[in-house]
Design a protein around this ligand. Structure first.
Ligand SMILES: *[C@@H]1O[C@H](CO)[C@@H](O)[C@H](O)[C@H]1NC(C)=O
Ligand SMILES: *[C@@H]1O[C@H](CO)[C@@H](O)[C@H](O)[C@H]1NC(C)=O
Length: 452
C-alpha cells in the first residue's frame, strides 16, 4: 500500500506527551442544542467565533442547518463550521462528522457567492471522518419508504444519508477520508464491495459505480490539501500557545442517538461526550459548555412533544418565529418552553450557561406558559421517560406568566427588557439551575443581549 501523501505535524513524534493532569492545555468551549434542534446555535457560535482561533464540528453531517446573518447577508451552513465566515478562524471537521463531498463543495460555493472568502485555506478535515456517498442518501430515502410501508410512519430524516453512513461505520464497512486519499485502486475495490452489500439489502438500488468513482477521485484531490490527522492536529492546538477553541454542536440533546427521543433521533452523539469522541480530545480539556434553547419549543417531524400547542398559539409561534427548517424546508411544530427537557439536557451536558433565543417571538402573547413537570395518572414522574409511549401520554404541569405585550426586538441590554420579560427569564434560569448568559431578541449579532 502506497500510503497517504498528506502530512501531519507531530513536531517530534518520539517525545513524551504532556500529562493532561499536570498540563491540561487550552480548554475548548462547546455550544450544544438543548432541545430538538434549531435553537439558534449558529447565532451563539457566531458571537464566539469572532474571537475563536479554531472552530470545530465533532458530529453529524449536512443534515443540520445554521443560518448566520452578517451585515445583512444570510449564510447557510450545513456541514461547514459556521465559524468559517470569520476570516481569522481555522475550522475543523472532526472524525465524528460524516462528510458528503459533493454537498461540502456545493455549500462552500453557495456561500462564496454571498461573500465567503478563503475557506479552502482555513478548513481542516480529519482523515478519520467517514464519507457519505450518494447511494447512502438514496438508501436513506428507501428506508423511509419502507418504514412508511411496514410501520405506517417515518422517522422524518433529512434524507442526507447520515443514518446509513453511521450504520456503515458501526458495521465496520464504512469508508473514510484516509481511504479515499490512499491507494485509489484499493479504495475502488472497497467502494464496489460496499455498493454490492447495499444492493443485496436494497434490490431497487442502482449505482453507476464507475462515474461515482471518477467523481470521488476528483473530490478527493480537491480535499487533499485540507486533510490532517485530526488527533495530532487537536493535540497540538490544545498544547501549543494559548488558543480559543470552539466546538459547534449540530442537532441537539433530544435528537441524540442515546439520550434523545429514540427512534425519532439523529444517528450521532449531540451531547457533550460527542465533543471528545468526535474530535479525539480528553474530557479534561472541555471548558465552558453552553446550552442553547429557544424561549419556547419546536420540533421537526414526528415524535412525542408534550408541550406542543396544536392551535392558534402554536400557529402564532410558527409564523412569528418563521419556524421552517433550513435543510428540508419543513414547517416546525411549536409549543411552550419545557423545563423538564432542559433540566434533562443539563444533567447530561453539565451546562455552564444557557443562551435563551427568540424571546421576541413571545412579545404579542397575552399569557405565556412554561412546562414544569410531567404527570401520569395525575402523579408527577421523576424523570424524562425513555419510553416514547409514556412520553406521548404525559400530562404537562404548567406555570403561567402574564405576557409583556411589547416589542423587545430593539432591546440591547438587560435593562431594556420589560419587567415581565425579566421575570420570565429569571424564572427559567432558576428552574434549570444554570445562569442565562445571553437572551436573543432577533436575527442579527447585535440582538444577543449579553448578561455577564
Ligand atoms: C455515540 O456514543 C455512543 C456511546 O458512547 C457510542 O456507542 C456510539 O458509537 C456513538 N455514536 C456515534 C455515531 O459516534
Ligand atoms: C392548545 O392546544 C393544546 C394541545 O395541543 C392544549 O393543551 C391547549 O389547552 C390549547 N390551548 C388553547 C388556548 O386552546
Amino acid at each position: 500500500r502506497s500510503g497517504t501523501t498528506y502530512t501531519n505535524p507531530p513536531s517530534n513524534p518520539t517525545q513524551g506527551l504532556k500529562r493532561p493532569r499536570n498540563d491540561a492545555g487550552n480548554k475548548v468551549t462547546v455550544v450544544l442544542g438543548a432541545q430538538w434542534g434549531d435553537e439558534g446555535k449558529g447565532k451563539v457560535v457566531d458571537l464566539l467565533a469572532t474571537e475563536s482561533d479554531l472552530v470545530c464540528r465533532c458530529q453529524g453531517g449536512n443534515n443540520a442547518g445554521h443560518t448566520v446573518v452578517v451585515e445583512g447577508k444570510e449564510y447557510d451552513f450545513h456541514l461547514l463550521p459556521s465559524g468559517i465566515i470569520n476570516p481569522k478562524s481555522i475550522c475543523v471537521i472532526g472524525n465524528g462528522v460524516v462528510i458528503h463531498l459533493p454537498g461540502l463543495f456545493e455549500e462552500a460555493e453557495n456561500n462564496e457567492k454571498k461573500g465567503l472568502k478563503g475557506w479552502e485555506k482555513r478548513l481542516i478535515v480529519s482523515d478519520r471522518a467517514h464519507l457519505v456517498f450518494d447511494f447512502h442518501q438514496v438508501v436513506d430515502g428507501i428506508q423511509e419508504t419502507q418504514r412508511q410501508a411496514t410501520e405506517g410512519k417515518i422517522i422524518g430524516t433529512t434524507k442526507k444519508g447520515i443514518g446509513p453512513t453511521y450504520a456503515s461505520k458501526a458495521s465496520r464497512i464504512g469508508l473514510r477520508v484516509c481511504d479515499l486519499l490512499g491507494d485509489f485502486k484499493e479504495f475502488s475495490t472497497k467502494f464496489k464491495n460496499l455498493v454490492e452489500q447495499y444492493q443485496s439489502m436494497y434490490s431497487s438500488l442502482t449505482v453507476d459505480t464507475e462515474s461515482q468513482l471518477k467523481k470521488l477521485k476528483e473530490y478527493g484531490e480537491r480535499l487533499r490539501p485540507m486533510v490532517r490527522d485530526g488527533v495530532y492536529y487537536m493535540y497540538e492546538a490544545l498544547h501549543g500557545p494559548p488558543k480559543k477553541i470552539l466546538v459547534e454542536g449540530a442537532n441537539a440533546a433530544l435528537l441524540d442517538i442515546d439520550f434523545g427521543t429514540y427512534p425519532f433521533v439523529t444517528s450521532s452523539n449531540c451531547t457533550v461526550g460527542g465533543a471528545c469522541t468526535g474530535l479525539g480530545i480528553p474530557p479534561l480539556n472541555i471548558g465552558e459548555v453552553y446550552g442553547v434553547s429557544k424561549a419556547y419549543t419546536t420540533r421537526v417531524g414526528i415524535g412525542a412533544f408534550p408541550t406542543e400547542q396544536l392551535n392558534a398559539t402554536g400557529e402564532l409561534l410558527q409564523t412569528r418565529g418563521h419556524e421552517v427548517g433550513v435543510t428540508a424546508g419543513r414547517k416546525r411544530r411549536c409549543g411552550w418552553l419545557d423545563l423538564v427537557i432542559l433540566r434533562y439536557a443539563h444533567m447530561i451536558n453539565g451546562f455552564t450557561a444557557i443562551a435563551l433565543t427568540k424571546l421576541d417571538i413571545l412579545d404579542v402573547l397575552d399569557e405565556i406558559k412554561v412546562g414544569m413537570a410531567y404527570k401520569i395518572n395525575g402523579k408527577r414522574i421523576p424523570h424524562f421517560p425513555a419510553d416514547m409511549e409514556l412520553l406521548h401520554k404525559v400530562e404537562v404541569e404548567y406555570e403561567t406568566f402574564p405576557g409583556w405585550k411589547s416589542d423587545t426586538s430593539a432591546a440591547r441590554k438587560w435593562n431594556d427588557l420589560p419587567q415581565k420579560a425579566q421575570n420570565y427569564i429569571r424564572f427559567v434560569e432558576s428552574h434549570i439551575g444554570v445562569p442565562i448568559k445571553w437572551v436573543g431578541v432577533g436575527k442579527s449579532r447585535e440582538c444577543m443581549i449579553q448578561m455577564f
